[in-house]
Design a protein around this ligand. Structure first.
Ligand SMILES: *Cc1c(COP(=O)(O)O)cnc(C)c1O
Length: 373
């Protein structure tokens, strides 16, 4: 079976270094708020070209605490995409605010800036674009829309650390950006982890306070916070991996280029946007009869994944918003057609060829209408 992702390969390539870093933390006896977290925050901020990085327990907390730090709360609206992982909307709801969805661009599957602008109400406080699958969102447009209306831009950069957006590092181009170090992400820890990036020292301080139970000084709680720290072991692992992130992204782009060549002639398969800035956290094609194609690939020993089968406005959790099928046709069509193929920096030519052959066979079996238009 060719899996979506085999995390053991990357570990094998860095094993001596990572083992030593983890052991050093175990021997130090310092597991929370230690020197690795501090050093990683500095290294991450430098890498991304942001003034501040704050380590957190997850990307979900990154989004949640970014919004909290901006003062988003009950009665506020936050505009975002319905075609993303649930955490994007969940973070808005966790603040007591209301997610207001706007449709995605039919080509890029990223929040459409015009649709987002049209969804802004007098109660809107922020826009949350998502750099979906590692493809940077059009940050210049979002920043322009936000500036004109006095809104904040919170980037959901869980899938695109290392991408360039609006001439800067994705995650550091809006007001504040949230990163995830979930193991499968472009920069993955060996457990949960996340961070925010921002140039605004007040926002960084507030996220620092919120992650530590609302206290800047221990046991003196200025507001209701949460417990959301990045731990020392994860920070030590991330410090080993961060220097390799750019080479891993180049390797992902090379895998994507080989996939493009191998898949170019398969009828009915629409390839991901050929944007040179794409970092290919996922290599996601679109095919009609998607579930049948996925089943045919599985039969041939190729694992695939569907990110995401149900757009957020049609999830039961957001039923109370009263949005019916047909509200966001681009997101709904994407949810029916997307199929992510195995990708990692370590994927071999042989594996790429096997996936391509299996897809060709799967497609020949299925009656296709082209969705490449
Ligand atoms: C992974 C992910 C998150 C959440 O990150 P966690 O670290 O798992 O909490 C948020 N948004 C998107 C788009 C993601 O892919």
């Amino acid at each position: 079976m060719i899996p979506m992702l085999d995390l053991r390969r990357q570990y094998a390539s860095l094993k001596p270094e990572i083992d030593a870093a983890v052991l050093a933390v175990l021997e130090s006896g310092h597991f929370i708020d230690g020197p690795n977290v501090k050093a990683f925050e500095e290294e991450l901020a430098r890498y991304a070209g942001a003034r501040h990085a704050v380590g957190l327990n997850s990307g979900t907390d990154g989004l949640h605490l970014a919004l909290r730090a901006l003062g988003v709360g009950p009665g506020d609206d936050v505009v975002t995409t319905p075609f993303t992982f649930i955490a994007t909307a969940e973070a808005i709801a966790m603040c007591g605010a209301t997610p207001v969805f706007a449709d995605v661009d039919p080509q890029t599957l990223i929040l459409d800036p015009d649709a987002a602008a049209a969804a802004v109400t007098p109660r809107t406080r922020a826009i949350v674009p998502v750099h979906l699958y590692g493809l940077p969102a059009p940050m210049d447009r979002f920043n322009e829309i936000a500036l004109a209306r006095g809104l904040a831009v919170v980037e959901d950069c869980a899938q695109a650390l290392g991408a360039v957006a609006g001439g800067r590092c994705a995650g550091a181009t809006g007001t504040i950006g949230a990163l995830s170090f979930f193991p499968s992400k472009n920069l993955g820890a060996y457990g949960d982890g996340g961070a925010i990036l921002t140039d605004d020292p007040a926002l960084a301080d507030r996220v620092r306070r919120l992650r530590a139970h609302g206290a800047a000084v221990k046991y003196h709680h200025e507001e209701v916070g949460v417990n959301s720290r990045l731990d020392e072991i994860q920070a030590a692992i991330l410090r080993c991996k961060l220097p390799h992130l750019d080479e891993w992204i180049v390797a992902r782009q090379s895998v994507a280029a080989r996939y493009r060549r191998a898949l170019a002639d398969i009828d009915g398969v629409a390839l991901p946007p050929a944007d040179p800035l794409h970092t290919y956290h996922q290599f996601t094609i679109r095919v009609p009869a998607r579930d049948a194609v996925a089943a045919a690939l599985r039969e041939q020993g190729v694992q695939t994944a569907v990110y995401y089968p149900v757009p957020l406005h049609l999830q039961r959790a957001y039923q109370h918003l009263g949005l019916r099928e047909g509200t966001f046709p681009n997101a709904e069509r994407a949810a029916a057609e997307v199929l992510s193929l195995p990708i990692s920096p370590e994927l071999s030519d042989e594996e790429i060829a096997t996936v391509a052959r299996a897809l060709e066979r799967a497609c020949v079996r299925e009656p296709f209408v082209s969705c490449a238009s």
